[in-house]
Design a protein around this ligand. Structure first.
Ligand code: NOJ
Length: 727
């Protein structure tokens, strides 16, 4: 193939042998050589003979040139490679983990960090990222909760659009952008008991209203690729789920991109127990709609045999090949297989450090701030920095570190040192019994203690489910001793999930700040927040449990016929733990005393085709600028199906000058009141709707407006004999 032109793809397919076609559907992995990731000699040979057309886990300009040269200049048909990588929360510059980014509730920022990551990754020769991860997760035992937008489907939708726009830009042939992959469709976030890769078994309405909306938004935003989840729903692994991948995605939603399997997921259909061998596994996946077999385990070994057995047809293979080639064409790879590689990306990386700093501060959630313990004064006595995460550069990278390097990360300790030049910073590297004694001596000597605890990055992410997501025993003991000194303790919690905090910290710490895994500038951003240069910008995108037994816990639960009532025994509660979370969805404190007031709506009724505008004032009673997130939730008190107590439908991050009032406006149409009815159709019902406006999802704290929806169905008449269970 001559470079610089776009081929006639159908004519190209007509020239391809069956092994070459299967090669286009096969993604192999790079490996780690001494100097970094490379395609091994075997992979280079498979690119030359056309038996692999895609690769993952490869980056760096040199390795990319070598691989693309083998495919596009040294193979019979000269078809370039798609090169994929998990550019999830940054590439060389690492941004906060997605759950942390979600906490910033800032779609412009979400888009900006994705665009920056795309730019760095594209310069390294990557063309496809396996991101954004859009699995709504309500179980912090699941390690992968850190990779996504949290518990709320609407946040997931907004996150999806921002990330797709950020990674992909206006056109995929922009050499500074990547094709994005919305993953992992199929209720991966609903994995049972939070155990990774485990089954999901959920209702059709949970699937439609909780798990799928973010994927629908990604498709509407033009996402180039979709990855099905590893797990199964009621026995059907997503990799073989034709109703989901073809019926819903392609036929109903009109998705015309590629579907790429998860790592070895096609071959794992055998282990799931739905395919007897590779030929059956390959046939199930291809017929369900999977175009690319990541790792190639089954397509390369079984697809030809599946054809012989009549389990798949040649037109089905050709259709998948065409979709893969079309993506290569859209990426501009036929015109330039070396698309985007180099020149030196250093200047962009330097520019991205400021963005990383801003994003990390915007993600931090201040859970507690007793007597305005934070921000800390720039002058005063010594500050002791204590705890296992204080000097943990590598952990700041979080679970998907991309091409990030620990040596590029600013540690929490270094950030604090830089932020408080006028105060003595005491620190003792922790190891052994003597250092424990020395640590306590520092604590007693200091005026304030910054405790840096939480999880290491290897405790979150894939295959890192935790049955007991809490603070490790050694840290609980250390925290107890620090509190016992009587000095103010500022607890910094690094984590990939909400972790149950010990009462000693919840009750007695002066402040608790969730810093997640903040990325390359984690420490600098912490310094900015501790000295008050930046607001702690985050609000919880996920409910923070008070006890492990509450999990799964989320704000959008249904009320039940017997809501919890401490005075009534036969109500929905526990004997031994509270029902209320430790911190609600949306919780997070700022430094300025902001409050919501004067909620208004411009009309009292709304019908089909009409819109209404809600406004609310955000008042800053303080003397410093502040920022908060205005949230609008919908409550449907009487419907044909019991609805969640409230559902987030709009949010906006807003800054307010000292002493000023800013007004936020939200425009709504009746689709925000729609839900999946008893007949599994999306319906809007007439009647009362309450709009709850303010911050965190605590019903009694929110401002309430009541409106009337007209022109919808009646909740009584909607009852039907076609109930889902009887179909
Ligand atoms: C497995 C993970 O589930 C998926 O999210 C990721 O993209 C692939 N591995 C490739 O690394």
């Amino acid at each position: 193939m001559t470079t610089g032109t776009s081929p006639d793809l159908s004519a190209l397919i007509a020239r391809m042998s069956l092994p070459e076609k299967i090669g286009q559907l096969t993604m192999v992995t790079g490996h780690w050589a001494v100097t970094g990731p490379r395609a091994d000699p075997l992979s280079l040979a498979t690119f030359r003979d056309g038996s692999a057309g895609c690769i993952l886990n490869l980056w760096s300009p040199e390795a990319m040139r070598e691989a693309q040269r083998a495919a596009s200049e040294e193979s019979r048909l000269g078809i370039p490679l798609i090169i994929g990588f998990d550019v999830v929360h940054g590439h060389r510059t690492v941004f906060p983990i997605p759950l942390g980014e979600a906490a910033s509730f800032d779609p412009a920022l979400w888009q900006e960090t994705a665009a920056a990551a795309a730019k760095e990754a594209a310069a390294d020769g990557i063309s496809l990222t396996f991101a954004p991860m859009l699995d709504v997760a309500r179980d912090p035992r699941w390690g992968r909760i850190c990779e996504g937008p949290g518990e709320d489907p609407y946040v997931g939708q907004v996150f999806a659009v921002a990330k797709v726009k950020g990674f992909q830009g206006r056109s995929l042939d922009d050499p500074a952008r990547l094709a994005a992959t919305a993953k992992h469709i199929g209720a991966y976030g609903a994995t049972l008991a939070g155990r990774d890769y485990a089954s999901a078994d959920l209702s059709e309405s949970d699937m439609a209203e909780v798990q799928l909306p973010a994927f629908a938004s990604a498709v509407a935003a033009g996402v180039a690729a979709i990855m099905p989840s590893f797990n199964d729903i009621a026995g059907l692994p997503s990799t073989a789920n034709a109703a989901l991948l073809t019926g819903l995605l392609r036929q109903r939603w009109g998705f015309d991109g590629i579907i790429v399997s998860d790592y070895n997921a096609v071959a794992e259909l055998i282990v799931h127990g739905v395919a007897a061998d590779h030929a059956e596994a390959a046939a199930l996946a291809l017929r369900a709609g999977v175009d690319i077999d990541m790792m190639g385990g089954s397509y390369s070994r079984g697809l030809a045999e599946a054809l012989v057995r009549g389990l798949v047809t040649l037109p089905e293979i050709d259709a998948a090949v065409l979709r893969v080639l079309r993506l290569k064409e859209r990426l501009g790879l036929f015109a330039d297989p070396y698309r985007g590689i180099g020149p030196d990306a250093e200047p962009a990386r330097v520019a991205h450090r400021g963005l990383a700093r801003r994003a990390a501060a915007a993600a931090m959630v201040l859970l507690k701030n007793e007597a305005k313990a934070l921000p800390l004064s720039s002058t005063g006595g010594a500050i002791a920095v204590i705890g296992p995460l204080a000097q943990a550069a590598d952990d700041m990278l979080g679970p998907w570190s991309g091409a990030g390097r620990a040596e590029d990360c600013v540690t929490l300790l270094d950030g604090i040192r830089a932020a408080f030049p006028g105060r003595t910073i005491l620190y003792e590297p922790a190891s052994g019994f003597d250092s424990a004694k020395a640590t306590m001596a520092l604590a007693r000597e200091a005026e304030a203690i910054v405790f840096c605890g939480g999880e290491t990055r290897r405790m979150s992410g894939e295959a890192n489910s935790r049955g007991e997501p809490d603070l490790a025993l050694a840290q609980r003991r250390l925290a107890t001793k620090l509190i016992a000194t009587g000095k103010p303790v500022i607890a910094i919690i690094c984590c990939g999930r909400p972790i149950v905090l010990p009462p000693v910290l919840v009750d007695k710490a002066a402040a608790i700040l969730v810093a997640w895994f903040g990325g390359s500038e984690a420490g600098t951003a912490l310094g900015d927040v501790l000295n008050g240069h930046s607001e702690p910008g985050g609000r919880l995108p996920v409910t923070w449990p008070a006890a492990i037994g509450q999990i799964p816990i989320y704000y959008a639960r249904r009320r039940s016929g017997r809501p919890a009532d401490a005075r009534q025994h036969y109500t929905s509660k526990y004997l031994d733990i509270p029902v209320e979370p430790q911190f609600a969805f949306g919780h997070g404190l700022g430094y300025a005393p902001l409050r919501f007031a004067n909620a208004q709506v411009d009309r009292a009724t709304i019908g089909p085709g009409q819109s209404l505008t809600v406004s609310v004032d955000v008042v800053n009673d303080g003397n410093r600028e502040g920022a908060t997130v205005a949230m609008l939730y919908v409550q449907d008190p009487v419907a044909s199906l019991a609805r969640p107590i409230m559902l987030l439908k709009r949010f906006e991050k807003i800054s307010v000058a000292p002493g000023a009032v800013a007004t936020v406006h939200f425009t709504l149409t009746t689709d925000v009141f729609a839900f999946l009815g008893i007949d599994m159709e999306r319906i809007v019902e007439s009647g009362r709707i309450d709009l709850l406006i303010g911050g965190r999802a605590v019903e009694e704290e929110l401002l309430r407006l009541t409106i009337e929806v007209t022109g919808g169905r009646s909740h009584i008449a909607a009852a039907s004999v076609r109930a889902a269970v009887n179909r």
